[in-house]
Design a protein around this ligand. Structure first.
Ligand code: SF4
Ligand code: SF4
Ligand code: SF4
Ligand code: FES
Length: 292
């Protein structure tokens, strides 16, 4: 009898910040770094979605004759590759990219729902971008109401397309899309329709993956740092998705997403996202009643 054979997975070993890292062939430098406990900043990267490579914040330096600066989220770690994630060249490149983003960015952090958990805010701080030689007047755009649940603010959008990709790749409905190019580029409901006329499932995943405050939850109006979080399991169906329920003053204010955790890897449907409103609905019975 011939014993069943198992396909051996090819492994590669490279050096990241002088640390030997061995990963399955094809693993991106960004994922390999994460496996080794090294965080590489990112804006358009989202676990389980295909690499996009648009924001360039994940730039790292590959050493050697054929090396240079490259996006780590879209480049596989090669055998013998030597990578630096925070060299002076890398930091200078990221600072320049951030300065470019900030030229037209609203920078209305005091009234932005994302303040305190915004990837652009965090990276601006972490890369010490405290001045910007590139300036021009701001565009000052208002919120566009995509639906009763979702707002979009163009002058906070960094066009990372996480929202359109999650809608397309994870939810499978393509209810929103990116339109136009360059300074005209924007996110909008697909085919020029109202979002309510598309196949939108109201899952809220576009808001969840937005790294900045461009897509926001119209039912949420709190500071993230005022909320206490509890990891729990959604009780709406038998799938048992892991949720992060955030509350203050005795009321649930929102549920957020623990990426790469639970059976759902952080992604949820509309019940996981907004079902908490039923939990504290005024008509919900909170004690037994007796029929007349
Ligand atoms: S998206 Fe981020 S950087 Fe922009 S206004 Fe909001 S908190 Fe500030
Ligand atoms: S709520 Fe869900 S289905 Fe609707 S646009 Fe956003 S990601 Fe797509
Ligand atoms: S709305 Fe958010 S997720 Fe979508 S492209 Fe703009 S910044 Fe990215
Ligand atoms: S995270 Fe790599 S290019 Fe955006």
């Amino acid at each position: 009898m011939v014993a069943p054979t198992r396909t051996e997975q090819k492994m590669v070993t490279g050096k990241i910040n002088n640390l030997d890292v061995t990963v399955p062939a094809g693993t991106t430098i960004l994922d390999a770094a994460r496996m080794a406990g090294i965080e590489v900043p990112n804006l358009c990267y989202q676990p389980l979605m295909r690499a996009w490579g648009s924001c360039r914040i994940c730039t790292v330096q590959i050493l050697g004759k054929r090396g240079g600066l490259i996006e780590s989220c879209a480049t596989p770690l090669g055998e013998g590759m030597e990578v630096l994630t925070h060299s002076p060249e890398v930091m200078e490149s990221r600072q320049f990219i951030l300065q470019m983003y900030l030229i037209d960015h609203a920078l209305d952090c005091p009234t932005c729902d994302k303040s305190g958990e915004c990837y652009l805010q965090d990276n601006t701080y972490l890369h010490n971008v405290n001045a910007n030689p590139y300036r021009r007047p701001k565009f000052n755009q208002s919120y566009v109401h995509f639906s009763e649940l979702i707002d979009y603010k163009w002058d906070r959008c960094i066009m990372c397309n996480r929202c359109t990709r999650v809608c397309d790749e994870m939810i499978g409905v393509t209810a929103i899309e990116s339109e136009f190019r360059s300074l005209e580029a924007t996110i909008a409901p697909a085919y020029g329709e109202d979002l309510t006329e598309t196949n939108c499932t109201h899952c809220g995943m576009c808001i969840a993956v937005c790294p900045v405050g461009a897509l926001t939850d119209r039912h949420f109006g709190h500071h993230p740092w005022e909320l206490d979080a509890t990891e729990t399991i959604c009780g709406f169906c038998d799938v048992g998705c892991t949720l992060n329920v955030e509350a203050n003053r005795g009321l649930v204010r929102r549920t957020t997403h623990l990426w790469e955790r639970g059976v759902n890897h952080g992604y949820t449907c509309e019940f996981g996202r907004w079902g908490y409103e039923q939990v504290q609905h005024q008509d919900r019975l909170s004690y037994p009643v007796v029929r007349d």
